[in-house]
Design a protein. Structure first.
Length: 167
């Protein structure tokens, strides 16, 4: 499919915009859907390092650090030095704790709404995403692209040197 990345970004943007609008409907401005897993996790486990948050949520340390910085700017978490100078520990603030009932309601409603979306599709989106991730873990997109770039003597066209190494 052409423009796969563009279409996936559009889908994700649409979903995120609509979930964020739920918070706006309840008078909470600036709440992003990606905040919810952090708030829920901190509620259930207590203070955690950014590294542990990243690992548990399944994002890079950089992505977790950026999200925590946004949560901190919104006064939903505090960040303090951990036991060693490299570790930063994240804790919910009172504002973060006050937001949790709405976060839990939105989360449950979003899970239920996602199930109705899956029911409207020929192939459930949640299942498709999991299968795509698993396929890419078995064989990366980079490898797949490299295979397509490898010259094949039977398809070399004008200006293509069959001996040119892949990028």
């Amino acid at each position: 499919m052409e423009l796969l990345g563009t279409r996936l970004r559009h889908l994700l943007d649409t979903l995120e915009r609509d979930v964020a609008a739920v918070y706006t409907d309840f008078g909470v401005e600036g709440m992003k859907p990606r905040f919810a897993p952090y708030l829920r996790l901190l509620e259930s486990t207590g203070p955690m390092s950014i590294r542990d948050l990243a690992t548990t949520i399944g994002v890079t340390h950089s992505a977790a650090s950026q999200t925590v910085a946004e949560l901190r700017r919104r006064a939903l978490v505090t960040v303090a030095a951990g036991d060693d100078a490299r570790t930063r520990v994240v804790r919910l603030t009172e504002d973060g704790e006050r937001l949790l009932p709405l976060v839990h309601r939105e989360w449950a409603a979003t899970v239920a709404a996602a199930a109705t979306l899956d029911a409207d599709l020929e192939y459930p989106l949640g299942r498709l995403v999991e299968e795509a991730i698993a396929a890419l873990e078995r064989r990366s997109m980079r490898e797949r692209i490299a295979d397509q770039l490898r010259p094949r003597s039977d398809v070399a066209g004008p200006g293509v040197d069959p001996g040119t190494p892949p990028l």
